[in-house]
Design a protein around this ligand. Sequence first.
Ligand SMILES: Cc1cc2nc3c(=O)[nH]c(=O)nc-3n(C[C@H](O)[C@H](O)[C@H](O)COP(=O)(O)OP(=O)(O)OC[C@H]3O[C@@H](n4cnc5c(N)ncnc54)[C@H](O)[C@@H]3O)c2cc1C
Length: 506
Amino acid sequence: MSAEGPPRGANRAPSGGSAAAKPQAWGDHPADVAQFDVVVIGAGPGGYVAAIRAAQLGFATACIDEWTRDGGKPALGGTCTNVGCIPSKALLQSSENYALAGHAFAEHGIEIGGLAMNVATMLARKNKVVAQNNDGIAYLFRKNKVAFFHGRGAFAGKDGDRWSISVDGPAPASLAARHVIIATGSAPRALPGVAFDNVRVLDNAGALAIPDVPKRLGVIGAGVVGLEMGSVWRRLGADVTILEALPVFLGAADEAVAKEAQKQLAKQGIAIRLGVTIAAVRTGTGEVGVDYTDAAGKTQSATFDRLIVSIGRVPFTSGLGAANVGLALDARGFIAVDAECRTNLANVFAIGDVVRGPMLAHKAEDEGVAVAERLAGQQGHVDFNTIPWVIYTSPEIAWVGRTEQQLRSDGVAYRSGSFPFAANGRARALGDTTGFVKILADAATDRVLGVHVIGPWASELIAEGVMAMEFGASSEDIARICHAHPTLSEATREAALAVDKRTLNL
Ligand SMILES: Cc1cc2nc3c(=O)[nH]c(=O)nc-3n(C[C@H](O)[C@H](O)[C@H](O)COP(=O)(O)OP(=O)(O)OC[C@H]3O[C@@H](n4cnc5c(N)ncnc54)[C@H](O)[C@@H]3O)c2cc1C
């Protein structure tokens, strides 16, 4: 094991796997060094997608990842698959089903007696969903002939134009490659002086594995992870209090969306305290106490059964051997890259959470594809202006492009159109009429500058907004496109009509 840090993974048992495909050895190289065109370090959404795309383009490709699950097997898919996107959505779905059964089924005439939540079954299902995704990536590696090495990858040096990479695991290996793509991801940020124990003070992995519904759950940080995890456990009956340092709720979202979200979450019983400064976190008594100063400057104290700390994530470069080869990091510890993900080292690229930009799985994937395509002489490109954001609360929140407050501060003249789901037939049939679609378009050219959705299936509806912006559509283009009836997407068309003040159904 590397001296620079422990291996990552839900299960920190020694890893048992090794290369899934036979590495090639050719040219004038030591026979025990496996030669590749491309070595990818990290098999999260950035790394595994980069490896598959590189292999599709004809490169001899290897991918190294150290995440380990029960039984010492590799757990491909990184944070996203193991303790991020996938398990959180599994728990959100289970808890949403429970909430619907408790509160919404009756009006459909569905009467349920003795409704109960079996948390162990819910967690087992979540683990199964994760394992299916782990296995799916292993299958994709075999299908695309990506050689997989289970263990920690580290730069060992350079031999001619080839980077030497060591794999530190139960089956140690030495690899060499002309190109290296670093996709080592991120790790949860802890509060200064408050270590995660994943019993009382939980990071994202702990928040996804709470064995029973806590009576009092504290969440520090009202970002995406805090809101989603708070929602899961609130729906299951926990008293949830979210403490947020910023004075504004969901400042990154459009202000109208943020206002509606805050209203709806408060209605669900989630207490959100803004402008809070944490003074101390006390553990060790079977509970966790939090002392803080509230927005008015008053000293407050709260006691919880469990506390989720979701105050962001930090880039993960521990054990990568960055110093061995002079890989440059920026002041915040991210690997320094240019707009095309090039590091300061020749033929070494970095993508995903370990570099600047939004910490989102689809951003990592798209950077992985773009880098692989550039290696093949193609024109891979990621447009940060059209990366969608989604928060899977109820109601869901999704947006792409600029918010109304950003357009104002950028001095852009714009027109805005909104349409509420309350006036949408499909939403009424669903029994979920919360929220709206809002479209912002350039006042002069009508080009769509932002699309903001809060409401049912916002996560899916936003794809139309992304498509429109990618194609440089105007709001009139969206308004002229035939949308199936009855669908939630008709609200998007109506919002586009509203930009021109001519809705048909409002
Ligand atoms: C609770 C939660 C929910 C989230 N939900 C969403 C969501 O709904 N949608 C979304 O877009 N994003 C979501 N995210 C963010 C998303 O998970 C990350 O943006 C994404 O996983 C980043 O991908 P990555 O490939 O850069 O890194 P990671 O997924 O972090 O993968 C990095 C991999 O590299 C491995 N590794 C690191 N160093 C080494 C080394 N030296 N040798 C070998 N292996 C190494 C790690 O073990 C890991 O497997 C969520 C995050 C959390 C925590």
